[in-house]
Design a protein around this ligand. Structure first.
Ligand code: 2IP
Ligand code: CA
Length: 382
């Protein structure tokens, strides 16, 4: 398992590099932010370049994981389809080839012959990142083998923030409501038989700028299987709010959350502890980092690729993520495992991507007592 974790950390860093290069290289950046208007909109050009960047990152991760763990081929899923149609109406399947030159040639066919852009992208894909050495990943002895596992990839979560690219200044101890910090690479590993998330890697490509003005990222990982738990993030030390008697719970929501949910939570949080942030993955990361106690989402607008990786980190820290609708339906006082989100079964009745939606909404938590209080507060309110 340590080998798999090390590989995922490495490919996530590679993905973060590609995400940074697409913003730093003028030529790629221009493609990234271009809005197709008028005649251009109808022209059968490559679907948005941003989709291509997402697909390329996803395929690179799929390629690298499949090369080292061929038992996992066929169980590596992502948000994007890798089929594209170019300006000539030809269908092109985007994959990562053996050499950089071959990948560049393939990308050029999707980019309608833009060889410069294709080469820049191919170079980033084939470049090896600076090695990530998390010493503690050496000791992950778990009774799991790659044949037990599947993977969910979100190449760039909070794509809109990534494209918009606002550079917010970080305030220590506070979350970033929007901006590049909300864009994350998410790679989650689940157990094929039970659907539980067992390993997660989160890479935040744009954390802060260094003295040269270049973006620096950071990464997080967590592993949880049975009684084995390990995480690169420390659990907040000050005990639970219940036990310390500290009052208001802090909750993070999507800015588009229902008014009824906001109103139901106000008595628990007060207005200053009801916060808003972009990106489903980023909001869960806020809970992982202790910047918010709880993330509530009442809609089925997230997918397995949004939640699998950060869910694994929450579990590694003793928390979890539940289906909100299930919790509100259940009459039991104590929350049980039956409400935890799983990752192996599609909603067979739903079409397309919705097959993999977290349909009942969700609540992410570290402290199950706080989860309990939030569920009680939300019951019957929307
Ligand atoms: C999105 C992204 C959005 C989020 C949505 C996700 O993924 O994280 O920000 O909405 O649920 O599916 P919100 O920010 O309102 O929580 P992507 O950017 O990959 O489409
Ligand atoms: Ca996403």
């Amino acid at each position: 398992m340590a080998d798999l974790l090390r590989l995922l950390l490495r490919v996530a860093e590679k993905a973060a590099n590609v995400a940074r290069v697409c913003r730093q290289e003028a030529l790629l950046f221009q493609l990234l932010v271009q809005e197709k208007t008028g005649k251009d909109k109808n022209k059968k050009f490559v679907q948005d370049f941003k989709t291509l960047a997402d697909v390329v990152i996803q395929e690179m991760i799929r390629h690298d994981v499949g090369t080292q763990f061929d038992e996992m081929i066929g169980f590596i899923h992502g948000e994007e389809s890798n089929k594209f149609e170019n300006g000539l109406g030809e269908s092109v399947t985007v994959t990562v080839c053996v050499t950089e030159e071959e990948t560049a040639a393939l990308l050029a066919t999707v980019l309608d012959g833009d060889h410069m852009a294709a080469s820049l992208l191919a170079r980033a894909i084939h470049q090896d990142p600076v090695a990530i050495t998390d010493i503690s990943t050496e000791t992950l002895n778990m009774p799991l083998s790659p044949t037990d596992l599947g993977i969910w990839i979100d190449p760039i979560d909070a794509t809109s923030q990534y494209i918009e690219g606002r550079e917010e200044v970080l305030v220590e101890g506070h979350l970033s409501p929007s901006g590049l910090q909300c864009a994350l690479v998410l790679i989650g590993v689940y157990h094929r038989a039970t659907g539980e998330p067992v390993m997660g890697v989160i890479n935040q490509p744009f954390h802060h700028k260094d003295s040269t003005g270049g973006w620096k990222g950071q990464h997080f990982w967590g592993v949880s299987y049975g009684s084995f738990k390990a995480c690169s993030v420390d659990r907040p030390k000050d005990g639970t709010k219940e036990s310390t008697g500290r009052g208001g719970i802090s909750v993070v929501l999507s800015s588009s959350e229902k008014q009824a949910v906001k109103e139901a939570l106000t008595p628990l949080c007060g207005l200053d502890r009801l916060m808003y942030a972009s990106g489903a993955g980023y909001k869960i990361l806020c809970v992982i980092q202790g910047l918010a106690d709880i993330y509530v989402l009442s809609e089925g607008s997230t997918f397995k690729w949004d939640s699998c990786a950060p869910h694994a980190l929450l579990r590694a820290l003793g928390g979890g993520m539940v289906d909100l609708a299930e919790c509100l339906r259940s009459s039991s006082g104590e929350r049980g495992h039956q409400e935890e989100l799983t990752y192996h079964r599609p909603l067979t009745e739903s079409p397309g991507a919705d097959r993999w939606a977290n349909q009942g909404g969700l609540v992410a938590y570290l402290d199950s007592k706080l989860l309990q209080r939030v569920i009680l507060e939300l019951k019957g309110k929307f």
